[in-house]
Design a binder for this molecule. Sequence first.
Ligand code: NAD
Length: 498
Amino acid sequence: MKASAILSELGLSTQADDGDIVVSSPIDGAIVARVRSHSTAEVDAALAAATAAHRRWRDVPAPRRGELVRLLGNKLREKKTALGHMITLETGKILQEGMGEVQEMIDICDFAVGLSRQLYGLTIASERPGHRMSESWHPLGVCTVISAFNFPAAVWSWNAALALVCGNSVIWKPSEKTPLTALAVDRILADAMAEFGDAPPGLACVINGGRAVGAQLVADPRSSIVSATGSTEMGRTVGVEVARRFGRSILELGGNNAGIVTGTADGELALRGIVFSAVGTAGQRCTTLRRLFVHESVYASTVERLKTLYGKIAIGDPLAAGTLMGPLIDAQSFERMQAALAQAKAEGGIVTGGERHAVAGCENGYYVRPAIVEMPSQTSVMLTETFAPILYVMKYRSFDEAIDANNAAAHGLSSCVFTTDLREAERFLSDAGSDCGIANVNIGPSGAEIGGAFGGEKDTGGGRESGSDAWKAYMRRATNTVNYSSALPLAQGIDFSI
Ligand code: NAD
């Protein structure tokens, strides 16, 4: 599918206009479109419209709100191929992963539809006679979603599907590197809304722009919830700004994810898990495997086999069948990767791969060979998230040493252990094990399912999205006490008789 065909299939204009955001495809560097940033006044108007929409939407019964999300899921099914291509065109991830991202959107819509009938509160035993206590959940207001370039659609859907069934309106500020995917999704949602019939105007919109536009949304108290996905650097600013006005934030920030290969690991399974997690999406997932700790008894054989497998990775046009690794997002990303590799060498690392890789017809794309770096110890480069396919590998002796190494990073997103020893597996998952929001056994750290809560600790920001009870972050909780007696007993046995 050509770029123009993808855009027209999604109802987007193929005419270049005078927009200030120039969208070029990382596949070959070709300019795909220009998109206009929204002005300060337009952002203000969007916030006003979303606030008004919320007031109407909160009165719509939750199962009926779920109907809109059900229709969205259906429209996404119809547009899966075109949207999958759009994601690949704009991010450079391979088509399988572009399509997989749309599947993830469909899955979270299904989840949210079920959830729309399960926004349960509790009944609580009251200490007073003739009293009933309960807990109820209510919509919060406007949910502002700020998303990163590497999951240009799924992150919005994790938030929006839940936020909408929970009775909130949604404003989306996508990455300035991927505004077209957002506009395409906005069109698909508009189709769902048209079929739904009576969704209030302003219920969901896309606001394009860079940091300044994001900062305006973040600072505005009408953004009741700010769900921000991106770098830890961004989260440090956004988290503080939202906290300053006591708003609610869901921070989904960087990751520096590790894996442990123990002496008892199923070697073949571990290798497959490692390669997908370290090389998939060209190392540009928040959950990418970046640090690998291998027991000394299997270190040499594991590294040797990894190098062999790395040599076989098909690197090239991500739209072409058979490609397993596409380009990096841009030149800056390539430069950061090269700088990290130089630093790793200076810190005693032995680097295999990492160089630029020529792809015929895509000379302006930044394709690289994925790198394996054997490290003598966990130095500072290894403790830094470089958003590129670099896998640092290190030997360990005792399992406790490996767990400590896993937890030594500032980030706490995802982690895994490859072992067939039950004690090691359970210890890794225990209170004394991995300190990450995601801890897996015999599966790499990337590729989470939507059914679980997604997110991580420490420099990853602490937010949770998607499954489990992540929906609670999109609602406010009220504790209700009802006195159905004719007396007025006070709690804690207080006597206040006059
Ligand atoms: P980025 O931080 O450069 O940008 C992310 C978004 O934040 C963009 O929309 C950007 O415009 C906006 N932004 C930046 N500064 C802002 C500010 N001061 N106020 C408001 N908005 C601001 O990140 P990126 O390069 O697009 O993405 C890569 C990073 O995202 C990596 O660190 C990766 O680990 C992380 N990420 C995390 C998750 C997760 O769920 N934890 C998922 C995907 C990506």
